[in-house]
Design a protein around this ligand. Structure first.
Ligand SMILES: [Zn+2]
Length: 105
């Protein structure tokens, strides 16, 4: 079962050993992965405790949860994919926003 958490106004769940995150790690050729679908943060090769301790990483993923809330589940996925196709992963405006959120207190 995912763990329920609360960070200010952002409610989220954490799913450990997610097979979706495992596939993402394989695709991205990285060891540890966290990614957001709706209000759930999927983790692979990182424990929830380690992830929550990494505040800038947590803030990045919480920003994506707010993006899902703002746009709606399917619309956000469509917009995100469209942004990635047009500008690439790094310059995707939703990733840029999440990177800015990393440094916010
Ligand atoms: Zn991101």
């Amino acid at each position: 079962m995912p763990v329920e958490n609360n960070n200010g106004d952002t409610r989220y769940k954490i799913r450990q050993n997610s097979w979706l995150a495992k596939m993402a790690a394989w695709k991205l050729k990285t060891r540890s992965v966290a990614f957001v679908l709706g209000s759930t943060i999927h983790l692979h090769n990182v424990s929830p405790a380690e992830f929550l301790e990494n505040k800038s990483w947590l803030r990045h993923e919480l920003c994506h949860i707010r993006q899902f809330e703002q746009h709606g589940f399917f619309i956000f996925i469509a917009k995100y994919i469209w942004e990635s196709i047009r500008h690439g992963y790094y310059n995707n405006k939703y990733e840029a926003e999440a990177r800015r959120a990393e440094n916010e207190e």
